[in-house]
Design a protein around this ligand. Structure first.
Ligand SMILES: [Zn+2]
Length: 287
């Protein structure tokens, strides 16, 4: 088995890209369904607590597998050949095979993005445990970024496993020494918690969701405590630019999770270059 895996090493990058396309297809399901599953869970919990009856729809199972994927307009089930990443979208001309309702460009874009980022991770770290961990980290960050952008939620179902996986991968120091990973998880959570606490004392408002705290804890668990200042700095920069571009000032709620996810991924893929660039920038700016 090991010899077979080593034999595949020369094909690592195309294999990773292909795996990324397929994973992206699954991430589309996760991005759409996990928030619905959360809201259903809350509704069922509240109704049971209040002794109210559940509707027939609420009693149906709804998870990552059931019910089967359907066109949201005409409810025609998606056939297996219509599930091929990117290819099916192109073959169908971006429309439902039955009712011709347009299919969101988001689906092939998430698939392509995952394919490209998987290839980039494998280019950078080769056929290694760091790559294996990096692909898992990448997939979960993509899912979290899109879910947060869509719904302003960073579900515990994804952030908590991301923390535990980071600590597990670093048990033998795959990314950083275990001590740095543990400190990273604690400091990641506590630094944002203190920031939120001070913000709330000063303004009486809640500035950031609890999910952001857990996401930064997860990034600390994977990448270590040492990179957290640079990571938060980059996330803030991305957040400010994104907020300006999207004119959040007009009162639209703004999700910080995508900025944290992008900053975390950038630090993972190019920590040395980014740290040097940030030091240079801060030096030039006279901070
Ligand atoms: Zn349709």
């Amino acid at each position: 088995m090991l010899a077979f895996l080593h034999g595949l090493a020369p094909f690592a990058v195309p294999l990773a890209a292909l795996t990324g396309l397929l994973t992206g297809s699954f991430l589309n399901v996760v991005i759409y369904r996990v928030p619905v599953m959360m809201e259903r869970g809350w509704t069922v919990f509240a109704k049971e607590h209040l002794g109210l009856e559940l509707t027939a729809a609420e009693q149906q199972p709804f998870n990552l597998i059931k019910p089967d994927s359907r066109c949201p307009k005409c409810y025609t089930p998606v056939k297996p050949w219509q599930n091929i990443p990117v290819v099916s979208y192109l073959l169908l001309g971006g429309k439902c095979g039955s009712c011709k309702a347009p299919i969101s460009k988001r689906y092939p874009l998430v698939e392509l993005l995952t394919g490209i980022l998987f290839a980039a991770v494998t280019c950078q770290y080769g056929w290694s445990m760091v790559t294996l961990g990096g692909l898992i980290l990448t997939a979960l960050l993509i899912a979290l970024a899109f879910i947060d952008a869509d719904t302003q939620y960073l579900p515990d179902q994804l952030t908590l496993p991301l923390i535990w996986l980071g600590l597990l991968f670093n048990l033998d120091g795959t990314f950083v020494p275990l001590a740095s990973a543990v400190l990273g998880a604690v400091c990641g959570y506590m630094s944002l918690w203190m920031l939120c606490y001070i913000y709330k004392l000063l303004t009486g408002k809640i500035g950031m969701g609890g999910g952001d705290l857990k996401l930064l804890a997860a990034l600390g668990a994977w990448l270590g405590a040492g990179v957290l200042p640079v990571l938060v700095f980059i996330a803030a920069l991305i957040g400010i630019v994104a907020a300006l571009v999207m004119r959040v000032a007009k009162g639209r709620p703004f999700a910080f999770g995508p900025s944290l996810a992008v900053a975390g991924w950038l630090v993972f893929i190019a920590n040395d270059k980014i740290s040097a660039a940030v030091r240079w920038w801060l030096g030039v700016s006279g901070f």
